[in-house]
Design a protein around this ligand. Structure first.
Ligand code: KG4
Ligand code: ZN
Length: 345
C-alpha cells in the first residue's frame, strides 16, 4: 500500500509518501518533504498563527508535488491519503485538511484522518528493522504536549498522564526567550549546554516524585526567571556573559530531562512495557536520547528502546502516513474536519 501523508498542524508544511505491505513488514520512506516557516518565526520570537497559515497556503501544493516527484510517482499511483486533523493551530490545520479532502474527492481516493500526537509515536515505525512489541510505553514530548501513553496494540492507546501546564518543548522555548536566545529554544539550549557547567546553578525537578504520571514545567520557568534576574542584578548588566548563559542552559536542560526520564521508567515498570518509545520534537535532544538509554541499561531493564532519527522527531508527514497505515480506517471526505483540540480518546 502506498500512502501520501499531509501535515500542517503548526509551522511546517509537509508531505510524504510511504510504502508498506503488511503490519509485520518494514515501512519504506519513498519521500519526505518539509517546508518550514521557522526562520520567519525566529524573527518574531515565536509563531504568529495567521502568518504561519499564510505561508502554508503558499507551500502546500509545491510540497505535495515534490513529495510525489521525489517518490517518482503520480497522484494516481497513491492508494490512500492521510492528513493531520489535530491538535494544532486551526488556520494551519485547515490548509492541510481542505487540500487533502479536495484531492480525495477529485481522485476518488480513501482518506484517513490522523491525530498529530499519535503520529509522533508512529515515527518509530518508519524504516524500523526491529519489531516493536506491545504493550509499548511512549513518551511524547513536543512544543505543545508532554504525554505518557500505553499502547496496548495498534489503535488501543491509554493515556497515563501529561503536563498540567507548560509542555517540555514550551519550557525550552520560553526559557530560551528569557535568556535572549532565538526561537525555538530547544535546539539552541542543547547546543549552549555542550559548553556549560552543570554544577553552577541548580533548578527544581517539578513533580519528579509525584504519585502519578503528570508533569509540570511552569515552576521551572519561574525559577529560571528568578535566577536570570539575579544574575542580571549582580552583574548590573542587561546582557549575561556567554558562559553564564551556557551554564544556565545546562542546568535547565538537565532538570527537564531528569523528570522526563524518571517518569517514563516508572511507567514502563508499572505497566510491564515490552518497548519504550520516544517521540516529538524534544526527543531530538541527544542528552534525553542518551540519558534514557543509559538509565534503561543501568536499571538492567530488558526493555528495547526506540527513538526516531532526529529529522523524524520534529513535525513531518511520514509519521502521519505511517500512523494511517497501522490504523487504516478511511472516513468519507465530507466527514473529515480539523479539530484543534483533538487529544487522546
Ligand atoms: O514536535 P514538534 O516539532 O512540534 C510540535 O508538535 O510542537 O516540536 C517542537 C518542539 C519545540 O518546542 C522545540 O524547542 C523542541 O521541539 N525541540 C527541542 C530540540 N529540537 C526541537 N527541544 C530540545 N532539544 C532539541 N534538540
Ligand atoms: Zn509535533
Amino acid at each position: 500500500m502506498i500512502i501520501l501523508g499531509i501535515e500542517t498542524s503548526c509551522d511546517e508544511t509537509a508531505a510524504s509518501v510511504i510504502e508498506a505491505k503488511e503490519k509485520k513488514s518494514k515501512v519504506r520512506l519513498l519521500s519526505n518533504v518539509v517546508a518550514s516557516s521557522l526562520p520567519m518565526h525566529a524573527k518574531t520570537g515565536g509563531i504568529i498563527p495567521e502568518k504561519a497559515a499564510r505561508e502554508q497556503i503558499k507551500y502546500i501544493i509545491p510540497v505535495i508535488k515534490k513529495s510525489l516527484s521525489d517518490a517518482k510517482l503520480r497522484l494516481r499511483d497513491i492508494d490512500s491519503l492521510a492528513v493531520t486533523v489535530g491538535p494544532g493551530l486551526i488556520g494551519s490545520l485547515l490548509v492541510g485538511v481542505e487540500t487533502a479532502k479536495t484531492l480525495a474527492y477529485v481522485w476518488n481516493k480513501p482518506i484517513i484522518p490522523v491525530n498529530h500526537l499519535i503520529g509522533h509515536i508512529y515515527a518509530n515505525w518508519i524504516e524500523c528493522d526491529k519489531k516493536i512489541e506491545f504493550p509499548a510505553l511512549a513518551l511524547i514530548v513536543s512544543g505543545g504536549h508532554t504525554d505518557l501513553v500505553l499502547i496496548k496494540n495498534h489503535g488501543k492507546i491509554k493515556w497515563l498522564g501529561g503536563t498540567r501546564d507548560d509542555a517540555a518543548g514550551e519550557a525550552f522555548d520560553k526559557i530560551g526567550r528569557l535568556l535572549g536566545l532565538p526561537y525555538p529554544g530547544g535546539p539552541v539550549i542543547e547546543k549552549a549546554s555542550e559548553r556549560g557547567d552543570a554544577s553552577r546553578f541548580t533548578f527544581p525537578r517539578p513533580m519528579i516524585n509525584s504519585n502519578d504520571f503528570d508533569f509540570s514545567f511552569s515552576g521551572l520557568k519561574t525559577a529560571a526567571l528568578r535566577t536570570i534576574n539575579k544574575c542580571h542584578s549582580e552583574l548590573d548588566s542587561e546582557s549575561l556573559p556567554e558562559q553564564t548563559v551556557n551554564d544556565l542552559c545546562t542546568s535547565v536542560q538537565q532538570a527537564i530531562i531528569d523528570v522526563l526520564i524518571k517518569k517514563t521508567l516508572k511507567a514502563a515498570v508499572k505497566y510491564n512495557a515490552k518497548s519504550i518509545l520516544l517521540g516529538g520534537g524534544v526527543s531530538a535532544n541527544q542528552k534525553l536520547r542518551d540519558g534514557l538509554k543509559l538509565k534503561i541499561e543501568n536499571f538492567k531493564l530488558k526493555i528495547p528502546f526506540f527513538v526516531p532519527e532526529k529529522w523524524l522527531c520534529t513535525d513531518n508527514a511520514a509519521m502521519i502516513a505511517t500512523s494511517a497505515f497501522f490504523n487504516y480506517k478511511p472516513v468519507p471526505w465530507k466527514k473529515i474536519t480539523a479539530n484543534p483540540e483533538l487529544y487522546f480518546d
